[in-house]
Design a protein around this ligand. Structure first.
Ligand code: FEO
Length: 192
């Protein structure tokens, strides 16, 4: 009987391994390199979310509740960006590999520096998206190229939003009343 039991356990193991091998690897419609780079992009989007959440809590602590709300919505959008890529990798038969997310800075100076840092970060993300597009074109991976087009457009919007806020903050300088007006305006941002 003991022997029979072992055979059953072995049989189950075999079936399990067979199933795994059937659903991964060879059937992927994206190259391993593209899969790796898309996984890196998931990490960058999740880090973006961490960064904006960290900025949000700093702003809330300084009583800029509207800007804090703006950053919380931005943080949620970044998770959505990560999930778009996550689902795309799965749809293409690839493997999502989640890595550790770096710790974001937690100490900032003032709203202007925060939004300047945000703009700088969005430029970095834009470059990483463009690098992914270049890789897709090099690999003649037109499905991934088409998928990434949404991100290219989204980055134009994200940079323009951050740039607009930076410019307004520069214009008003340290005029308290105007700063509060911008804070109220940014607080109207709603998530979707
Ligand atoms: Fe998803 Fe703001 O880059």
């Amino acid at each position: 009987m003991e022997c029979f039991g072992v055979v059953i356990v072995y049989g189950l193991n075999y079936t399990f391994n067979y199933t795994i091998n059937q659903t991964r690897g060879d059937e992927s419609m994206i190259s391993q390199e593209m899969e790796k780079e898309l996984n890196e992009q998931i990490n960058r989007e999740l880090y973006s979310s961490y960064l904006y959440l960290s900025m949000a809590t700093f702003l809330a602590e300084k009583n800029f509740d509207g800007m804090a709300q703006f950053m919380k919505v931005q943080a949620r959008e970044e998770v959505e960006h990560a999930m778009k890529i996550y689902h795309y990798i799965e749809e293409q038969g690839g493997r999502v590999l989640l890595k550790g997310i770096d710790e974001p800075p937690s100490d900032f100076t003032d709203p202007l520096t925060i939004f300047e840092k945000s703009l700088e970060h969005e430029k970095f993300v834009t470059k990483s998206i463009h690098d992914l597009v270049s890789l897709a074109v090099d690999k003649k991976d037109y499905a991934t190229k088409a998928f990434l087009d949404w991100f290219v457009t989204e980055q134009v919007e994200e940079e323009a939003t951050m740039d607009g806020i930076v410019n307004k903050l520069k214009m008003i300088g340290d005029k308290g009343h105007a700063l509060l007006m911008i804070d109220a305006q940014l607080g109207k941002r709603e998530g979707h």
